[in-house]
Design a protein. Sequence first.
Length: 276
Amino acid sequence: MRIKYLGTAAAEGIPALFCDCDVCKKSMKLGGRNIRTRSQAIIDNTLLIDFPPDTYWHFIQNKLPMDEITNCLVTHSHQDHLYELDIYMRKKGFANFKEPRPALNFYTGKDGVKRINEVINSNNMSEAKAHLVKSGDVFNVQGYTVTALEASHAKESTPLVYIIEKDGKSVFYSNDTSEYFEKSWEILKNFGKPISLISLDCTEGDKHIEYIGHMNLERCIALREKLKTVGVADENTIFVLNHFSHNGGNATYDDFVKIAAEHNFLVSYDGMEIEI
Ligand SMILES: [Zn+2]
Ligand SMILES: [Zn+2]
Ligand SMILES: [Zn+2]
């Protein structure tokens, strides 16, 4: 199994569109891995995770086979993870294709389904389909077994995080969230085997935070220990920090990668690929 990070930023991107903060100015100047687009990933170049406004750029940049991709797991309905208006571009005429063509299937929580269906229904589309996912659901997508867990994030966005398994390998894609609710811990305990790669929300970098909804380095360190305690991580599990904001502490890639390395975390960047 191979995960590729296509975009690795929180909602604003780094640099943020209208921002003059030091992180944004420095990141723009440094370029390279310091430039982060809105979060999206792909498994084995076929199973998409999230559908942000930067999907088009990710398609160009990574030569994604978007005409062949038929499945997309969506974490939640915030615009940086679900830019549903672009689904319209799959309608016949905007996209040309030989019939019959399978629909592009989106799997997400209640609010995501509602938003996707608004686009599908108002444009009379058969080229996309929304599937409702609830916390605790285990379902098969294209030969991958997907386990959904409720995330601790803005409730109205019906947030989920996903464990994706195939051929004895697994990825836990865990943003946007802070520490999980008890019922999600129950699902993790029942999962009960070490995951190959765990990707954690580290929106706030090494800045100290109190609020619920995202994580920072300090929380990721504690969460890693708890994940080991319940048996879903061990010494072979690869931990990646992801989903960064310019408002976080030491938020440029070049600065944060050194700090994270001291704690044995990898730091995601746009285009990062890991074979597990
Ligand atoms: Zn986000
Ligand atoms: Zn900024
Ligand atoms: Zn969010």
